[in-house]
Design a protein around this ligand. Structure first.
Ligand code: ADP
Ligand code: TRP
Length: 323
């Protein structure tokens, strides 16, 4: 099965990105039957980052984070989106079969507009570029967090529109892959954890900073001795993310019994985060000292990605009447 996914280098990776996406990337590459393509979506991040030096640095960082978190360049193709410029060309072709109404219904676009962000065309057309990312490698499965569900539906619609227009099964219509139990990891303020909401727990933040962030998780004012609610409780939701399902009843008891204060629970959460990412954090430090290695991985990934996309591009150009 061919697997593809991407992460925007719009900031530093957080635990929502890990549990919602990257952990699955790592699991999927372990199956020899899978052929995995993972990329850093720097063209997408241009819709929000307007400083070239910052974008370039973030892109490198996310690539190094991928490797530190276990993406193995021998098992997966890791590349930088902008190193495969054909993606932008295919996005244009797809845009000519994409109805305006489809994009106007986009949640992500509508949310940004509702937040007062003045939309640019790139933000509006974002789902078309994402469709190109996926369709260009003929992906079968796209592992993402729940928030990307609509983008995947749009990809399927766009692929179907292209196939219908040109009268053949040219583009493979992909499926999504969403882990329901960690579908949305909450941030320190209880909203969805997101780089754009400033509410993240960063995987690679220095320990002191991480501690400060964990201590800032918003809790209610239930006294230490009293039972604490679990519904809508951010701290509970985060502790659950870090514990295997078999231990969830014990975690629940910690809250419902009373006697354990939120401060103590936060310390427990910090310990779990540091334990979970101990090896990755050490690897990440080593990669910072060996930036050349990361560049070699990306260059190799670019070459391998461009090899598989050549036939899709040739087909699309031919049926579209280009060249
Ligand atoms: P962000 O919202 O922080 O900018 P991205 O949109 O770059 O994150 O998402 C990268 C990947 O991580 C996507 O597959 C997305 O679905 C997943 N993801 C992001 N935030 C969360 C979250 N809070 N819970 C679960 N998955 C998430
Ligand atoms: N839109 C995705 C996000 O914000 C990132 C992304 C871009 C992506 N292209 C993709 C994810 C293709 C999966 C497949 O998280």
């Amino acid at each position: 099965m061919r697997i593809l996914s991407g992460v925007q280098p719009s900031g530093k990776l957080h635990i929502g990105n890990y549990f919602g996406a990257i952990r699955q990337f790592v699991q999927l590459q372990a199956d020899a039957a899978n052929e995995c393509y993972y990329f850093v979506a720097d063209l997408h991040a241009m819709t929000t980052i307007k400083d070239g030096a910052v974008l370039r640095d973030n892109t490198f960082r996310v690539a190094a984070d991928f490797i530190a978190l276990g993406l193995d360049p021998d098992r997966s193709v890791l590349y930088r989106q902008s190193d495969v410029p054909e993606v932008a060309e295919l996005a244009w072709m797809l845009s000519t079969v994409t109805p305006m109404g489809l994009l106007q219904r986009g949640h992500s676009y509508k949310d940004k507009v509702a937040k007062g962000i003045t939309p640019n065309h790139g933000l509006f057309a974002y789902p078309v570029l994402m469709a190109a990312d996926i369709l260009i490698v003929r992906a079968d499965r796209v592992p993402v967090g729940k928030d990307q569900k609509q983008h995947l539906e749009m990809t399927r619609d766009i692929a179907a529109a292209f196939n219908q227009t040109y009268g053949r099964e040219l583009l493979r219509v992909p499926a999504e892959l969403i882990l329901p139990e960690v579908a949305v990891v909450p941030g320190v303020d209880g909203q969805k954890m997101s780089k754009s909401y400033g509410n993240t727990l960063e995987i690679f933040a220095p320990e002191a900073e991480l501690k400060k962030r964990v201590m800032s998780i918003v809790t209610d004012s239930t006294p230490v001795g009293e039972p604490k609610p679990t519904r809508g409780n951010t701290l509970y939701a985060l502790l659950k993310v870090f514990t295997p399902e078999s231990e969830w009843p014990a975690t629940k008891k910690l809250f419902s019994e009373g006697g354990t204060g939120y401060g103590e629970m936060k310390k427990r959460l910090l310990g779990l985060i540091l334990d979970t990412f101990r090896d990755a954090r050490a690897r990440r430090d080593r990669l910072d000292a060996d930036r050349g290695y990361v560049e070699v991985v990306l260059r190799d990934g670019r070459d391998r990605a461009r090899e598989v996309i050549a036939s899709v591009m040739a087909d699309c150009r031919r049926v579209g009447g280009l060249g």
